[in-house]
Ligand binder design. Structure first.
Ligand SMILES: Nc1nc2c(c(=O)[nH]1)N[C@H]1C(S)=C(S)[C@@H](COP(=O)(O)OP(=O)(O)OC[C@H]3O[C@@H](n4cnc5c(=O)[nH]c(N)nc54)[C@H](O)[C@@H]3O)O[C@H]1N2
Ligand SMILES: Nc1nc2c(c(=O)[nH]1)N[C@H]1C(S)=C(S)[C@@H](COP(=O)(O)OP(=O)(O)OC[C@H]3O[C@@H](n4cnc5c(=O)[nH]c(N)nc54)[C@H](O)[C@@H]3O)O[C@H]1N2
Ligand code: SF4
Ligand SMILES: [Mo]
Length: 894
């Protein structure tokens, strides 16, 4: 037996090491790498399901121009030729690259070098603009460089961890497990969660502050004020290592004021706010861990600096167990920052300062290097819309889904003269707007490195051949560069060669002046690159790197960290009578962004299968919404449909929707169609967490669920019949061995038996039950005694459970009981429906868990694990098991 391949998970910024082993049956086994410092063997549900996302289904296998298959030569010549022509005619600003924190460092480096060094414009920006830009800007303002000063071990060494705008339990599950374990080991360790919603991360919280959206600047200004009043400042550190305290403090005191004023502004009880302030003031080792609830605001950079101010004031930076820790989202968000993927950076943490331009230009031997920053993502797409940018090359990101005001972005792409899209998949929302499609090699098919949230560089290694003609992104870029006449600067034959150059640039004329230095890796031989084990930067050649900021020296010109005076601002748009609720958007546990990969794994769709809107009971009642129905959300920018979920975890006045669904998997379910495209003036990051919306009941005449072995073609399948009515709402969900499609429509349809045959094919045996008067239909198509497809229609959302129906798909033959059940629309008597899946690893349903809690008298998540296995593998569902336990016992008691 061969050794497993050591590689790194391609999803979140935790950067877990995984061991991969292709199996004889063609599947791939994936487990956590016990030797990787990020996860020490753990994986979350997404990492554990990686094996299910491989294979050729849906992959883009060949280059395509205008929907025709072409050779690589034709595609590369076309791209290079057209880019060259446009630059010659309109200048380098007329072309743009929109890239991604999911590119490997080597891909990213080549993209940036080609655009900034040789095309000579700086219109290359990355989806990290939507993600980390405020953190980058905040660190640079305060510390003089984009330096994340903490690592995961600091979380374990901290006595207080403050999670601000981070649903760590779902978005960085392995870091969350590390925090949880540390808390179990020492219950005195305190966890405070600051988030308008009560999230799964609150499971381990000593205190949850359900802050009014956007008021973090007030809260942290208030904290600075409190720290001063309680004499909790580190004056020695302040005086020798920082500047600007007086102004920041005065602004904080005047704008935030006393605890009652801050509590009122933040919508929090005074006692709880003071409780947090007290904990922060009296605890030395504090890590403030933050992500999108902080960054994704039109004043995200101010939020970041309000947090950093409190760490500087207490001297809590540069020592173990403390610091302001921006946790990164994408697997290579940090690598992108290192190569300069943002339009306002150059490369290797250098900026568009004259000496940096000169230095990078000499290193690249690029006389035509760009001399000024380019357009940031949202501006870039605006320039596409205006026709100023005539060609855009999108790599490893899906802006037609993930950018704010997504309908407008999509229209801009459709109208653009030349859209090139490099992706793994043939059919994404963005690929649908592209003229040229380039097949990229994906995870497991290419070599390279990524840098995780704690600045640890890890290898991604290939263990599969790329399907069809797919190629690594760096190769595609270098080929285009050569054909544009820059062959000398792009001679790379391997990822290792690119990496060496990147490492050499980081050390070039550095001498400790720039934080990012991995000079020790600049001469890595190909074999050493192959064997490279995870390493943390800085990693200068020939000297030991100390802990960042341990000496109290920062990367500002005078070496002092800067306080930034923060005047709190309101969100860009306030709710009003037309749009009375605040839309908050984000992630769910088991899906990754626009679902091109996680959507392939049936077990990842079992936790949450549909786009939803989470709303507080009181708001649901006020807007006539009840659980299971469909809501129509509208904002000044667009519209979305989503299943209604009524939940007291939601803040009054706010609703939450997931960002994940696209037009390829659903109809009218893109959250970003609603989102205000306003951005932070410093960082350019959009305000994804705050758009005023109206939420009303979508009045469907019928609701349906269809299960089929093949994916249904919607809405065509339903429209084909004479009357032409089609579903207004549909979501396609891949399950084990079949597809489930949820549908609903406004127009009544009478002839469902005909529609069912249009959808699935008329031949074979059919079971039909129709009650036209009451708008009910149940139909099943049976081929060779096995269930081939079924359709259930009802006037309300109460439809049979897909779990029970799914089991029927597995049956070799449908017996009489099953047939009776299908016609009756419910499981035969005596058969239990296990309910919606909670534990994706062992496929354990909610009903089964509730029953076991009652019948076996289970009292802890561990006991549930012992009884049903649930939660014993990746542990991602443990917070939910805890909640089900609580709710079931509550109900038992009531
Ligand atoms: N399962 C899963 N994990 C992922 C990803 C994924 O797609 N799926 N994506 C990865 C990526 S790229 C990223 S960037 C990270 C994001 O990770 P997170 O930032 O943890 O995720 P989000 O759900 O976007 O938002 C976090 C929280 O911010 C809260 N919030 C909203 N407004 C405010 C506010 O004004 N103040 C405060 N304090 N909080 C607020 C929201 O309620 C939400 O719970 O996740 C990474 N991990
Ligand atoms: N409403 C709302 N919108 C948001 C957010 C939010 O919180 N709310 N969060 C924002 C954030 S933080 C982020 S990071 C973005 C993420 O948004 P996107 O970057 O648009 O989302 P992904 O689905 O990850 O897109 C990655 C694409 O790259 C492809 N791909 C995967 N691997 C490779 C590869 O190796 N090479 C190439 N060429 N392609 C590859 C995938 O198939 C997929 O199509 O969304 C942003 N949008
Ligand atoms: S926490 Fe999960 S998604 Fe993130 S890197 Fe680890 S296994 Fe991958
Ligand atoms: Mo992100």
């Amino acid at each position: 037996m061969t050794e497993p391949t050591k590689t790194t998970c391609p999803y979140c910024g935790v950067g877990c090491g995984v061991l991969v082993m292709p199996q004889a049956d063609g599947t791939v086994s994936v487990r956590g790498d016990p030797d990787h410092p990020a996860n020490l063997g753990r994986l979350c549900s997404k990492g554990a399901a990686l094996g299910e996302t491989l294979g050729t289904a849906g992959r883009l296998l060949h280059p395509r121009i205008a929907d025709e298959r072409v050779s690589w030569d034709q595609a590369l010549d076309r791209v290079a030729g057209r880019l060259g022509e446009i630059v010659a005619e309109h200048g380098p600003e007329a072309v743009a690259f929109y890239v991604s924190g999911q590119l490997l460092t080597e891909d990213y480096y080549v993209a940036n070098k080609l655009m900034k060094g040789f095309i000579g414009g700086a219109n290359i920006d990355t989806n990290s603009r939507l993600c980390m830009a405020s953190s980058v800007a905040g660190y640079k303002r305060a510390l003089g460089a984009d330096t994340v000063p903490c690592d995961y071990a600091d979380l374990e060494a901290a006595e207080l961890i403050v999670l601000v705008g981070s649903n760590t339990a779902w978005c960085h599950p392995v870091v969350y497990q590390r925090i949880k374990q540390a808390k179990q080991a020492n219950p005195d360790r305190q966890i405070v969660v600051i988030d308008p919603r009560r999230t799964a991360s609150c499971e381990i919280a000593d205190l949850h502050l359900p802050i009014a959206p956007g008021t973090d600047t007030v809260l942290f200004n208030g904290l600075l004020n409190w720290l001063r009043r309680e004499d909790a400042l580190d004056w020695t550190f302040l005086e020798s290592h920082t500047e600007g305290f007086a102004a920041a403090f005065t602004t904080a005191r005047e704008s935030a004021g006393s605890v009652p004023r801050v509590a009122a502004a933040c919508g929090l009880p005074e006692s709880e706010l003071a409780d947090f302030y007290r904990r922060f003031a009296r605890t030395e080792r504090v890590v403030t861990l933050y992500s999108q609830g902080v960054n994704q605001w039109s004043f995200g950079t101010d939020k970041v600096n309000a947090i950093i101010n409190c760490h500087l004031a207490t001297g809590r930076i540069g020592r173990p167990g403390m610091g302001p820790f921006s946790i990164t989202g994408q697997p290579n968000a940090m690598g992108g920052r290192e190569v300069g993927g943002l339009a306002n950076q150059l490369a290797a943490h250098m900026d568009f300062a004259p000496e940096d331009i000169d230095r990078v230009g000499r290193f690249w031997q690029a006389d035509g290097i760009a001399r000024a920053p380019g357009l940031k993502a949202v501006e870039m797409l605006r320039a596409v819309e205006e026709g100023k940018i005539k060609a855009i090359w999108v790599m490893a990101t899906n802006p037609a889904v993930s950018m704010p005001d997504a309908d407008r972005v999509r229209a801009a792409l459709r109208a653009c003269e030349l859209v090139i899209c490099s992706d793994l998949f043939a059919d994404t929302d963005t690929a649908r707007c592209a003229d040229v499609l380039l097949p990229a090699a994906g995870w497991g098919e290419k070599e390279g490195t990524v840098t995780n949230s704690e600045r640890c560089i890890s290898r991604q290694r290939a263990f599969l051949d790329p399907p069809g003609e797919a190629r690594p992104d760096w190769w595609i870029l270098a080929e285009v560069a050569r054909r544009m006449g820059f062959a000398d600067a792009f001679p790379y034959r391997s990822a290792a060669e690119v990496f060496r150059e990147h490492a050499a640039l980081s050390a070039f004329e550095n001498d400790g002046r720039r934080d990012f230095d991995i000079g020790a890796l600049a001469d890595l031989a190909a074999t050493d690159y192959d064997r490279l084990t995870p390493v943390q930067w800085p990693l200068p050649a020939g000297r030991e790197a100390a802990r960042l900021f341990a000496d109290g020296r920062f990367y500002t010109p005078n070496g002092k960290a800067r306080f930034i005076a923060i005047t709190p601002r309101p969100p860009a748009t306030a709710p009003d009578d037309d749009y009375p609720l605040v839309l908050n958007t984000g992630r769910i546990r088991d899906q990754w962004h626009t679902m091109t990969r996680t959507g392939l794994a049936p077990r990842l769709s079992s936790h949450i299968a549909e786009p939803f809107v989470q709303i507080r009971p009181v708001d649901a009642a006020a807007h006539g919404l009840s659980r299971g129905g469909i809501a129509e959300l509208t904002s000044r920018w667009g519209r979305m449909l989503a299943r209604i979920e009524v939940d007291a975890d939601q803040r009054p006045g706010s609703v939450f929707v997931p960002m994940h669904w696209s037009d390829t998997l659903a109809r009218q379910a893109r959250a970003d169609a609603l989102v205000n495209p306003v951005t932070d003036p410093v960082s350019g990051q959009p305000e994804f967490k705050h758009t005023p919306v109206q939420v009303s009941l979508f009045r469907a005449a019928w609701y349906g669920i269809a299960l089929s072995r093949e994916r249904l073609l919607l809405p065509d399948g339903i429209t084909r019949a004479a009357t032409g009515a089609q579903p207004d709402y549909w979501v396609a969900i891949r399950q084990q061995g079949f597809w489930r499609t949820e549908i609903a429509g406004r127009e009544p349809i009478a002839d469902w038996a005909d529609r069912a045959r249009d959808l699935f094919g008329a031949d074979g045996e059919w079971l039909d039950f129709a009650d036209v008067a009451h708008g009910r239909y149940r139909g099943a198509r049976i081929l060779d005694g096995r269930l081939a497809a079924c359709l259930f229609i009802a006037p309300t959302p109460n439809l049979p459970s897909s779990r029970w129906l799914g089991e029927l798909f597995g049956a070799a033959q449908l017996d009489t009981r099953a047939r009776t059940g299908l016609l009756a629309g419910r499981p035969p008597r005596g058969q239990v429906d296990a309910g919606e899946t909670v534990c994706a690893c062992f496929n354990v349903g909610r009903t089964r868990i509730e029953q076991a809690i009652r019948s076996e008298g289970l009292r802890s998540a561990e006991a549930i694990g012992t009884c049903l296995q649930a939660g014993t593998n990746c542990g991602s569902c443990l917070p939910e098991l805890g909640r089900i336990l609580e709710q079931t016992l509550d109900r038992g008691a009531a």
